[in-house]
Design a protein around this ligand. Structure first.
Ligand SMILES: Cc1cc2nc3c(=O)[nH]c(=O)nc-3n(C[C@H](O)[C@H](O)[C@H](O)COP(=O)(O)O)c2cc1C
Length: 214
């Protein structure tokens, strides 16, 4: 369907050219992200845009170090090596001209609100907290950003891998740059896709993932 072409254009891009992304485009993409829906229109997101290549490289080094540290904690060598092997997918933003760090602020779920009031026990609160609306808000914004970027001819890759080093990355950026109570939820590189970059893996067909109740 032609109207949905912008959806199918997006794919995870993990290699970029060195072409810069004009700041006006970055601003437009963040604006598009902010037009995502959010519970009670809370807009509990903060986008930290890193344009300095040396800083992007340094963030990758921080993630590499953290990955090695966490892998060393596994008693099982196979699991340790498995995590070490993931480091490539945690740091592929290295060559991108732009890195966007997406921070989530609080948006209490019903479970948290009831728990804070002492109205329910923690186990029951966990049940009501499962939909995690705070993170759903951020995911909606990330998807908007990615679809908008693809529509302008840019590549992105939704990444949660680097958040293993969330505290270290935030300390490097400068904790005072980040709104109080916000935490790193995901990152995406942004740039012009390198030739041939981004081969979208297949999807499960609608018949497999859809249940119709008549
Ligand atoms: C929540 C989330 C986390 C992801 N984390 C990573 C990551 O850390 N590294 C990576 O290379 N890709 C990551 N991806 C990208 C997925 O691998 C990719 O979306 C999936 O394979 C489908 O491919 P497509 O995006 O090209 O359609 C992540 C995607 C999502 C939605």
């Amino acid at each position: 369907m032609e109207e949905l072409a912008f959806i199918y254009r997006r794919r995870s891009v993990r290699k970029f050219t060195a072409d810069p992304v004009p700041e006006e485009h970055i601003r437009e993409l963040i604006k598009a992200a902010s037009f995502a829906p959010s519970g009670s229109n809370v807009q509990n997101w903060q986008f930290v845009v890193v344009l300095d290549n040396a800083k992007i490289e340094e963030i990758a080094v921080i993630v590499e170090k953290k990955n090695a540290e966490l892998a060393a904690r596994f008693k099982d060598k196979v699991k340790a090596d498995g995590l070490r092997g993931m480091v490539r997918y945690y740091t592929l933003f290295k060559g991108a001209p732009v890195l966007v760090l997406i921070y989530a602020g609080p948006y209490p779920s019903l479970g948290e609100t009831l728990l804070a009031d002492g109205a329910i026990a923690p186990e029951e609160a966990a049940y009501y907290a499962r939909p995690n609306p705070a993170i759903q808000n951020i995911a909606a914004a990330m998807e908007n950003l990615q679809l908008a970027a693809a529509s302008l001819g840019y590549g992105t890759c939704w990444m949660t891998g680097p958040t293993c080093a969330a505290a270290e990355i935030s300390a490097y950026i400068g904790d005072d740059e980040i709104k109080p109570g916000y935490f790193l939820t995901a990152v995406t590189p942004l740039g012009v896709p390198a030739p041939g970059a981004g081969s979208q893996p297949p999807r499960r067909p609608p018949e497999e993932i859809m249940t119709i109740i008549r």
